[in-house]
Write a protein that binds this ligand. Structure first.
Ligand code: SF4
Length: 262
């Protein structure tokens, strides 16, 4: 397994942050530990992948399962009965919770989380849900929506949000505003007070984690691409860490694209 400095030699060293890390060196460290996927650097020549990520590298999926076990342990230290009402969760038993997540209903137990319809959840979704529990947020939502850049220490996460949520949403729904509106069916949504966007909607990814999507159609015929901006309630940081907030946006976008493709 190559070390971080060896891996760094293969990276473009532009520190553009499109990978979601603050610098190429930070990304090299994450690659060396097996915590990151080399494909997250769009500037990297795919031909170099075998040198950067040899077969024995820990797959990102295995890493996620390990993180999940840690996050679950932490969530189990909280009093579920006490935090359920303020997190908008339904108590089904002393150690069983029901939670609306995206457009799904999920049951959370000490041994794991699964969709009510039996849907298996990706470990990354489960990490998010148990993180939400262990944060045990206790602040009223502000009703004021701000860009991720309004939160402290968010510079590298803003780049991730841009690439893996906002640009992805804009690309997928360019010239397809009706499809986007249709894909939002089944989500808990609200209409924001005022917005200059062609579509502006507040979507609850989790009961206390609403995201505002502002979608500008652009004019593809005139070469003006669509644009999207994701905003967060100013109090969102009391319910999840920055990385999890960005993940909420990524999953929301993935789910909308998935629904629109059916
Ligand atoms: S995406 Fe990350 S690793 Fe790739 S050039 Fe930009 S900062 Fe460096």
């Amino acid at each position: 397994m190559p070390g971080p400095l060896e891996i760094l030699k293969f990276l473009p060293k532009t520190n553009c942050q499109k990978c979601g890390y603050a610098s190429c060196l930070a990304f090299a460290f994450a690659l060396a530990s097996g915590a990151a996927d080399p494909k997250r650097c769009p500037e990297l020549d795919p031909g170099l992948l075998p040198q950067i990520a040899p077969e024995k590298k820990l797959p990102e999926e295995d890493f996620a399962w390990k993180v999940l076990e840690e996050v679950k342990k932490k969530a189990l230290q909280t009093d579920w009965q006490e935090i359920a009402p303020r997190l908008g969760l339904e108590m089904l038993g002393p150690r069983e919770l029901r939670i609306p997540y995206l457009d799904l209903w999920v049951r959370l137990k000490p041994e794991g989380a699964a969709g009510e319809d039996g849907l298996e959840l990706d470990p990354r979704d489960q990490i998010l849900l148990y993180n939400y529990l262990s944060f045990a947020g206790n602040a009223p939502l502000s009703g004021e929506f701000v860009g991720l850049e309004a939160f402290p220490h968010s510079v590298s996460k803003v780049a991730t949000l841009r690439r893996y949520a906002e640009e992805k949403l804009a690309e997928a729904f360019t010239g397809r505003l009706p499809a986007l509106k249709q894909a939002l069916d089944g989500f808990r949504t609200e209409v924001p007070a005022l917005s200059p966007a062609d579509l502006s909607v507040i979507v609850f990814v989790l009961p206390r984690v609403p995201l505002q999507i502002n979608f500008f159609e652009g004019d593809p015929e005139d070469g003006l691409p669509a644009e999207a901006k994701v905003l967060f309630d100013r109090a969102a940081i009391r319910y999840l860490d920055l990385e999890s907030l960005v993940f909420c946006a990524e999953r929301l976008v993935e789910r909308l694209i998935e629904k629109a493709s059916h």
